[in-house]
Write a protein that binds this ligand. Structure first.
Ligand code: ADP
Ligand code: MG
Ligand code: MG
Length: 883
């Protein structure tokens, strides 16, 4: 079979649709080549070769050698150079490239094919000995690091020694002779470390690099990244072998990276950085400060060094045209890598650019407005979970700022936390729930776990496209990069800046939108929900079928929910109406009462307070449906827990201390989760539920009487398991509701239903549907009762289950679609068989999880309900599920 695909010379064997086989980089190199763009010729070894390699004891496919030889011959023909030839050597880069882009996960080897003989050929051919040896030293370092697994610090130290000896600070100040000496030292170091010489045979070099790319697919960094992004190991990576072009051939040469739009804000303007006389990753490595691409960007930043537009005007014009063409062709913002070799432009990579949530929104809305994509496509372009970044606070501009220092605004949003200097420490503190800010000179792929655990990231070095900046934007963590004034002393556990010292553990705040680092905590403000956000949400709302409600019980939550576009309340937990300070005494009195009459007397005191709560809630919800769950937790939760508390309560309220204590003992349960709770309370003490129903309907009448839109109360009974329970609760509810409505002379639409949170309820949903007009799947408890796993204790062992792959995801976060999902499917089916218009919703934590929402769409539920802050996420996820 075929393992190698060529590209270059205005054509290609593959195209952009072949990402699975050629990887993202290879597929797009092929596509760009076929578009007639200047792409250095090369070939791609397929991901299937990688999979084959791993499933066959690390053996290459039999035909691979021969096909690579053919690929290499094609490149030689197109370039007119010969691999290993001492007079006219072909040099190549060896680049990894998986299906999904994994930035920084696998390292590229440049200038491969150089050895002691070909370097002389390159020097002669280019007439530039300095360039030839600069390329050779880069190659030795990269190859030694990536393929021979030698520490790159060793090479950096050697280079630093030379620079010190020569008394220069920048690499560009080294001469040909200097580089020759560096090369000699590098080779000696390799010999010393490995006991053998740096490989001189170009073919051995090539196969060494190919093997290293395959091996890097299984390194820890790659594994971690895959786990974090749900990328299957089975995909494998492709290998791209591409003829080299040189950005380090003097002052008419350069290398750079560009985004067709600003990846941080989405602004529709070319954005990026470049370096003159540089190669490969110099731009992102933060060794020299990169320059702006456009004049206007340079002016805005107040930079002196000329932009590409000014320094290389002709190539820039060509580049701008290519970039525009690429964005139109791919119909999305592109992230581009390019090199200029002595005034000639070469395209080395393009892909859909990673972006912040803010930029994703703006780019999607703009592209739709520009007519490049449809509104529906725009809705699909924004990751629902990423909206989280926009829904979170930023620093209040009015609050005083104690700015310690500034850097680049690398990833927006604000965060406060304790200073930590190492990624391991960040992970350690972060996993115990501490808010930390990771402060580093720079980050590398080894820091990913620490960046993930931190609330925000600060680096002293590196630009807007540095590792820290790119990764932080992808993770949605605020980041300030290149804060050059910071002197970080990890050993002493402190940082010094502008005469101040901050120790590890001290609190700082970072503003990733402004690039500021501030001392202490700073007041934050709520996000703006207008502009592009509102536009995209409007398009999403037109697309979705599922309704979205919120879980809310306080006026604040209800208001937030409406502001975020909730179409009602899907779960109002009434327990807080028992806990509030003004009524807890009456609640305890009720619990202590010896008989029904005593309980009713205490409940009469609670009634007006609950009625007021509902009036407030219904007013905010203005005629929208409100699902009210009657009292759910066991009564002992309302009693004080320690003897001292009991005494204090007794004294404060005049209740009998001995009696309180006795009652608390009586109510004690071994397993409260499965104990006297939910509708079991309503069955044993109907007067409690009657009081609640009365409060709801009196409130509803009050609203209607005041001329406002009456709400649509949905009375929900928790923890129902049997049809007979539901019948009893239905009668109780209807009787009380009718009594109130009759007293007031009103009719108000309402529904009575149940929360489905026990397996028996799901299986016997037909029985329940005889008396329940709606089901709300309480998937927190349903998950708990289906698995028999206590939600509160699962933390102790779930980690091991996730690690061993027994659980793919925490079932309390993302719905277990096979098991719990099956119960939902069964309940929906059996419920509808008895009552075709039974209303179905979900109100567990899962109601705000995009994957679970997709499931809800598939089973045909009517609505999802989630916490107020997740409502926009649910609206967008519901829209995407409907497409
Ligand atoms: P990554 O996936 O980490 O971005 P790449 O394979 O894109 O790695 O390589 C990194 C950089 O190396 C590129 O942006 C480019 O500057 C340089 N590079 C790769 N291949 C070549 C080549 N054939 N000629 C010149 N530079 C190259
Ligand atoms: Mg890289
Ligand atoms: Mg790249």
């Amino acid at each position: 079979s075929r393992w190698v695909y060529s590209f270059g010379g205005g054509g290609a064997d593959g195209d952009a649709s072949m990402k699975n086989l050629l990887g993202g980089k290879g597929a797009n190199l092929a596509e760009m080549s076929s578009l007639g763009l200047p792409v250095p010729p090369g070939f791609t070894i397929t991901t299937e070769a990688c999979t084959h390699y791993y499933s066959n004891d690390k053996q290459y496919p039999a035909e691979l050698k021969e096909q690579v030889a053919v690929g290499l011959a094609t490149v030689e023909k197109l370039t007119g150079k010969t691999f290993g030839d001492t007079a006219n050597p072909l040099l190549v880069s060896v680049r990894s490239g998986a299906r999904a882009s994994m930035p920084g996960m696998m390292d590229t080897v440049l200038n491969l094919g150089l050895n002691d003989a070909t370097v002389e050929g390159l020097a002669k051919l280019s007439g530039d000995r300095r360039f030839a040896f600069d390329s050779y030293r880069r190659f030795i370092q990269m190859y030694s690091n990536v393929v021979l697994d030698l520490d790159h610090h060793m090479f950096e130290e050697i280079l630093d020694e030379h620079k010190e000896r020569l008394d220069v600070t920048v690499d560009t100040a080294l001469t040909a002779e200097d580089w020759e000496k560096v090369v000699a030292d590098y080779k000696a170091a390799v010999q010393q470390e490995l006991g053998q010489a740096f490989p001189q045979d170009p073919h051995a070099q090539l196969w060494g690099a190919v093997g290293a790319v395959f091996a890097s697919w299984m390194n820890d960094r790659a594994k971690f990244y895959r786990r974090m992004h749900d990328i299957p190991e089975s995909w494998g990576t492709a290998v791209n072998v591409q003829s080299m072009v040189f950005g380090n051939m003097g002052d008419s040469s350069a290398t750079g990276v560009a985004f067709t739009r600003n990846p941080s804000t989405g602004e529709a303007r070319l954005y990026g950085e470049f370096l003159i006389n540089a190669q490969g990753e110099d731009v992102v490595a933060g060794i020299r400060t990169p320059q702006a691409l456009t004049k206007i960007a340079r002016e805005e930043m107040g930079e002196k060094a000329p932009s590409m537009e000014e320094a290389l005007p002709e190539v820039f014009t060509q580049f701008k045209a290519v970039v525009d063409k690429l964005e139109k062709h791919y119909r999305d913002m592109q992230d581009i890598e390019f090199t200029v070799e002595q005034g000639r432009l070469y395209m080395l990579q393009t892909r859909n650019g990673k972006r912040t949530a803010k930029a994703a929104l703006k780019v999607a809305v703009d592209l739709a407005s520009e007519g490049l994509i449809t509104k529906e496509e725009a809705v699909m372009r924004v990751e629902p979970a990423s909206l989280d970044q926009l829904l979170h606070p930023t620093i209040d501009p009015a609050s005083p700022r104690d700015v310690i220092t500034t850097g680049l605004p690398a990833s927006p949003g604000a965060a406060t936390g304790k200073i930590v200097f190492s990624s391991d420490e960040a992970e350690r503190l972060g996993s115990s729930g501490e808010a930390v800010i990771l402060v580093r000179d720079e980050t590398s792929p080894e820091d990913i776990h620490g960046m993930h655990a931190a609330r925000g990231i600060v680096t002293a070095r590196g630009g807007m496209t540095s590792h820290a900046a790119v990764v932080a934007r992808g993770m949605g963590r605020p980041c300030v990069s290149g804060a050059g004034e910071l002197q970080i002393d990890g050993k002493a556990g402190e940082l010094r800046v502008r005469g101040r010292t901050f120790k590890a553990g001290e609190i700082i705040t970072i503003d990733g939108s402004k690039g500021e680092i501030l001392a202490g905590t700073v007041k934050m403000i709520e996000p703006e929900l207008t502009g592009d956000f509102a536009t995209l949400m409007e398009w999403a709302d037109k697309t979705r079928r599922l309704k979205v409600r919120a879980n809310a019980e306080t006026p604040l939550d209800a208001r937030t929910a409406r502001q975020f576009g909730a179409e009602g309340i899907g779960l109002c937990r009434t327990e807080h109406m028992f806990f509030d300070e003004d009524r807890i005494a009456a609640v305890r009195e009720m619990i202590l009462a010896d008989d029904e009459a005593g309980r009713r007397a205490a409940l009469a005191k609670i009634l007006p307070m609950q009625r007021n709560d509902f009036v407030e809630l219904f007013t905010i919800m203005e005629g929208l449906p409100v699902t009210i769950r009657l009292l759910d937790p066991p009564l002992h939760e309302f009693l004080p827990h320690t003897e001292a508390d009991l005494q204090a309560v007794a004294e404060a309220t005049g209740l009998d201390a001995a009696k309180l204590m006795r009652r608390a003992k009586e109510l004690h349960e071994t397993n409260p989760m499965l104990g006297h709770r939910g509708c079991r309370l309503g069955v044993s003490y109907p007067e409690i539920y009657e009081m609640q129903v009365r409060a709801i309907f009196e409130a509803a009448c009050e609203i209607a009487e005041s001329g406002k839109t009456a709400p649509i109360p949905e009375i929900m009974h928790p923890l129902v398991a049997k049809g007979e329970e539901m019948r009893f609760l239905r009668q109780l509810t209807d009787k009380t509701a009718q009594a109130v409505l009759k007293e007031r002379g009103r009719t108000i639409d309402y529904q009575v239903g149940t929360m489905v949170e026990l397996p028996r309820a799901a299986i016997r949903a037909g029985d329940l549907a005889e008396n329940a007009e709606f089901f709300s799947f309480g998937t927190n408890d349903l998950t708990q009762t289906t698995f028999g796993i206590s939600r509160d204790d699962s933390g102790r062992f779930l980690g091991a289950y996730l690690e061993k792959g027994i659980f793919e995801k925490d079932p309390f976060v993302s719905l277990d679609q096979d098991g719990v999902g099956d119960l939902i499917r069964i309940a929906a089916e059996r419920g509808r068989a008895v009552r075709p218009n039974v209303k179905l919703g979900i109100c567990g934590e899962h109601g705000g999880d995009p994957a679970s929402i997709e499931f809800c769409e598939r089973v045909g539920l009517d609505y999802v309900s989630c916490s107020p802050f997740r409502v926009p996420i649910a609206r967008l996820a519901a829209a995407q599920a409907a497409v």
